[in-house]
Design a protein around this ligand. Structure first.
Ligand code: DC
Length: 210
């Protein structure tokens, strides 16, 4: 059983995907962490995320340890990750790992949940269940702002909103695997839905496919 969860930044797809995986005993892969780890490698080497060669080399040399770096959640890394994610060769380099994870989940789990931007469209077009989670950009910015504040990171709401808009544009506007719902995805708009309600709706859909 492969479950694809796609959507824009801060729509709540990570929380939903993690909860689905925990509920059904499936393996979970946050595919954004692969792009974030690539960006982190580029930044650590002192290179520019717009440097295509540096980004491709970083993507091709990722190791499992690179995925556990706490700095992956930093805003600067998030911003740079949307820059490296535009490069087709970077995406190509990360594809095999994602597909293997879906086809043969670790620890013989009976299924896999992958969240990202292009899981239902490119990585796993044959996924058994696909969700596209979205919410108004102001609502997403408010949630991200509150999350940062709770983590003790000083943030400015207007700056967070501008940052989300910029990343949305980059994710949607790129030629390689742009962010868009798969034609057979279940659309979950979390603008007025709390995570509990979104989870219940998604859980029932997955359960009906088991
Ligand atoms: O979900 P996230 O914010 O951690 O993702 C970081 C960046 O990685 C995002 O701006 C776009 C890119 N990404 C992608 O292009 N494809 C994916 N499947 C996952 C993430």
């Amino acid at each position: 059983m492969i479950v694809a969860v796609d959507g824009p930044v801060a729509a709540g797809k990570g929380t939903l995907a993690r909860r689905l995986a925990a509920h059904f005993g499936f393996a979970y892969l946050d595919t954004g962490s692969l792009y974030r780890a690539t960006a982190r490698k580029v930044l650590r080497a002192g290179s520019d995320p717009h440097d295509v060669e540096a980004a491709v080399a970083a993507a091709r040399s990722l190791t499992p340890e690179d995925l556990t770096d706490p700095a992956l959640r930093d805003e600067a890394v998030g911003e740079a990750s949307s820059v490296v994610a535009v490069v087709a060769e970077v995406r190509e380099a990360l594809l095999g790992y994602q597909r293997r994870f879906a086809a043969e989940p670790p620890e013989n789990a009976p299924g896999a949940v992958l969240d990202g931007r292009d899981i239902g469209t490119v990585v796993c077009p044959d996924a058994d269940v696909k969700f596209f989670v979205s919410a108004d950009v102001e609502v997403r910015a408010r949630r991200r702002f509150e999350e940062l504040r709770d983590r003790g990171v000083s943030a400015d709401y207007e700056a967070v909103l501008a940052d989300l808009r910029r990343r949305d544009e980059r994710d949607k506007g790129r030629a390689a695997a742009p962010l868009k719902p798969a034609s057979d995805a279940h659309l979950l708009d979390s603008t007025n839905l709390d995570i509990e309600a979104a989870f219940r709706a998604a859980k029932d859909i997955v359960a009906s496919r088991l």
